[in-house]
Design a protein around this ligand. Sequence first.
Ligand code: PGA
Length: 252
Amino acid sequence: MRRKFIVGNWKMHKGPADADTLAEALKRGLAGRDAAVDVGVAPPFLSLPAVVSRLKHTGIVVAGQNLHPEMQGAYTGEISGEMLRQAGVAYCLVGHSERRQLFGDTDALVEKRVHACFRAGLLPILCVGETLAEREAGKEVEVVTRQLASALGKLHADQIPSVTLAYEPVWAIGTGRTASPLQAQDMHATIRGWLESNFPAFVARSTRIQYGGSVKGSNAAELLRMPDIDGALVGGAALNAEEFLQIVAAAG
Ligand code: PGA
């Protein structure tokens, strides 16, 4: 009952012209597919209009990479969920580990951003995951469940399945070091178990949990075969159309 969902996070790559070229390649590569897999891309803010326009009527959804908690106001340099929605964006990443590590996104701020998504009518892709030090200290479950409880705790059960969760162990992001399929499956099962114990049963059954961290064409199939891995959030490998299309194919 959970369709696989593959999202490319382009991070701070691809200005409007390059983004348009990549979007066009994805559009061509996915034309006429049987659409068994949901596909999305998260370009930088400035490239969103070009990508939204290029991907119109393709079924490929577009996501922001972040949003400010408020709808508007005196927040120089920020972008709101309302602006994303007006630009034709449907989803937004929240709490990516690079935001948490480099830009001071605390659990409290991540929670505000999740709520801002709902206020703006955007579907959040909530990223959680432990650092290497936290895993080595055996604290990965504690960290991930703390992040989940903080970000989702005040939502109504009916809202949770609209959230895509992305488990991204920080030590696997951009390092070429992927979690093994069993390591990833283990944490995904833990996350689903957490949903089961905190919400009515339909929530755990229907909420999608993506894996992220050095997913590539060559390792996607074994990860996506795991019963609790419902898709992937792809960074580096999403910048190359062919490789990203291989990952989408592995999900189908
Ligand atoms: P990566 O990034 O695929 O380059 O490891 C994943 C992510 O940060 O979402």
